[in-house]
Design a protein around this ligand. Structure first.
Ligand code: 5AD
Ligand code: SF4
Ligand code: FES
Length: 359
């Protein structure tokens, strides 16, 4: 077997190489992080782009086994921001020079939902003189719906594959027509054809998940040729079916460590994509997101959801910033980014260089 320093010199990693990198410890791990930090600096620079995150509704038609806002969880107070509240949040992002917003919500599929998002996209463009970039994250939809939203102004889309292994996918999702693995894959291809910069990702440290699964996930991302990635540690939630499997989980600190390594290895494999520093990292380590920015991530998503709703968008336990308001996160993050040795790319879309290069 090759040593970590030999693997790091390679142009392309095999599954075994990635597994070796993911299991590295001590000096090998430091070497991995040093290398990925350098690759980040050389390819995307030490600039972090902001995406103001608006969690506009926790009403969801699906039942993912891991997620705290799944349809069947009766302990959640459901909310749906008004269009005006969403526009106000977008205005805050624009006035704060954030450059972009992300509209994220539970998954719904209907003509009225499609029209609602279409109108919101147009209004956000209007109030910002077309300046705010918009990322959508509202799950699986048809190609036509994706296209309509693209035409209305969205240009990036996040849809995590959650796991690229079909068997593992069905251990964390119900095996029914609402949760088909093939549909998820098709949706990713449709997003690409509709013209979006496409982001995907996985949860790290799931029950039943092995290092081989995670290595295959990274190879999947490379093969699919993604433009953006958001991935973070899995954090168990009491009101979900997967809570039953918590006995199989590795400790939180190990999940955190593995998540950092996944980000570092992906940065080496896909040098000029955008990689988000997931909020879930901060649920484990108070400076978790800053650590990820140091070793490979270049995107952060400050929460700009109005404070009164934040407590109800709990996908996992211990979610940070649920007592804060948008302005609190703004000040807090500015200080944090500067401490991590990065600059903030104000007023810029900060599009995926990888995507722009393909054009
Ligand atoms: N732990 C970590 N991440 C989670 N997500 C959902 N539930 C959890 C959890 N318990 C992630 C999923 C989803 C994204 C919006 O949040 O990956 O795609
Ligand atoms: Fe709904 Fe997304 Fe949660 Fe699944 S992960 S239940 S689609 S909000
Ligand atoms: Fe929200 Fe620090 S980022 S309070």
């Amino acid at each position: 077997m090759l040593s970590v320093s030999d693997i790091l010199k390679k142009e392309n990693f095999s599954l075994e190489d990635i597994v070796a990198l993911l299991s590295s410890s001590k000096e090998d791990r430091s070497l991995l992080f040093q290398t990925s930090a350098k690759v980040k600096e050389e390819n995307v620079g030490n600039i972090v782009y902001f995406r103001g995150l608006i969690e506009f509704s926790n009403i969801c038609s699906k039942n993912c086994y891991y997620c705290g806002i799944r349809k069947d969880n009766k302990n959640v107070k459901r909310y749906n921001l008004s269009d005006d509240e969403i526009i106000e949040a977008a205005r805050f992002a624009w006035e704060s020079n954030y450059g972009s917003v992300v509209l994220q919500g539970g998954e719904l599929e209907s003509e009225s939902f499609t029209v609602r998002i279409e109108n919101l996209l147009r209004r956000i463009k209007e109030i910002s003189n077309g300046e705010l970039g918009i990322t959508l994250s509202v799950g699986e939809q048809s190609y036509d719906v994706y296209k309509r939203w693209f035409d209305a102004g969205a240009h990036r889309y996040l849809l995590r594959i959650e796991s690229s292994d079909k068997e593992l996918y069905y251990k964390i999702h119900p095996l029914d027509d609402m949760h088909r693995f093939e549909r998820r894959l098709q949706a990713l291809y449709d997003l690409k054809s509709a013209g979006y910069q496409v982001g995907t990702g996985v949860m790290i440290g799931l029950p039943f998940q092995t290092l081989e699964h995670l290595a295959a996930d990274l190879l999947f991302m490379k093969e699919f040729d993604i433009d953006m990635c958001g991935m973070g540690p899995y954090i168990e939630h009491t009101d979900t079916p997967l809570w039953e499997n918590r006995g199989m989980l590795i400790p939180l600190e190990d999940r955190f460590d593995l998540a950092l390594k996944m980000i570092a290895v992906l940065r080496l494999m896909m040098k000029n994509i955008n990689i988000a520093s997931a909020t879930a990292l901060q649920a484990i380590d108070p400076i978790g997101r800053e650590k990820a920015l140091k070793i490979g991530a270049n995107i952060i998503m400050p929460n700009i959801t109005p404070g009164m709703y934040r407590d109800d968008y709990k996908l996992y336990e211990n979610k940070p910033c649920t007592d804060e308001e948008a302005a609190d996160c703004k000040n807090c993050l500015e200080a944090r980014i500067h401490m991590s040795g990065n600059k903030i790319g104000y007023n810029e879309w900060g599009d995926s260089l990888h995507f722009n290069e393909k054009k």
